[in-house]
Ligand binder design. Structure first.
Ligand SMILES: [Zn+2]
Length: 152
């Protein structure tokens, strides 16, 4: 197991984004694209697990005082262009604005059905970033995932 541990330490040292980067990105996005979305509770953001099929998630504490946004920890690495974590954070903010993982009124019955997240991101002015993100994920995600999570 020690070899695996060393490998993980090495990986962590290569990260180009940290939790401060995520906080800045969240508040920058909020100012530029979500200024009409009220912040009605504490919103925390951080890197979560290295999921294979999920880039981010948002959930709400039982007392609704805090929303927690988790971003796939593989998005810390330099092979991933900035627009990927950027759009991932925007995706979770759309959920917040729609009342999923937030105390705001729920605007839809389902968080993703009908492409509502993509449409909202585009409507808010991030069409170019979304296209770049979508193309990168389609072309590179699984290769990148396997390269970064392979145990030596
Ligand atoms: Zn989602």
């Amino acid at each position: 197991m020690s070899a695996g541990g060393e490998f993980l330490v090495l990986q962590r040292s290569q990260a180009v984004r940290d939790s401060d980067w995520l906080c800045r990105t969240l508040y920058d996005l909020w100012d530029r694209y979500f200024s009409d979305t009220p912040r009605v509770n504490i919103v925390r953001i951080g890197f979560g697990r290295a999921w294979k099929n999920r880039l981010g998630s948002i959930c709400l504490s039982d007392d609704q005082s805090t929303s927690y946004i988790s971003i796939n920890s593989l998005l810390r690495y330099p092979e991933v262009p900035d627009y990927v974590p950027l759009v991932t954070v925007a995706h979770e903010m759309v959920h917040y604005a729609h009342g999923f993982g937030s105390p705001l009124p729920r605007r839809y019955r389902h968080p993703h059905r009908g492409g509502i997240v993509r449409r909202e991101i585009v409507r808010r002015g991030m069409a170019r970033e979304y296209e770049q993100y979508d193309a990168w994920i389609c072309a590179h995600w699984y290769d990148f995932y396997h390269a970064r999570t392979r145990r030596l």
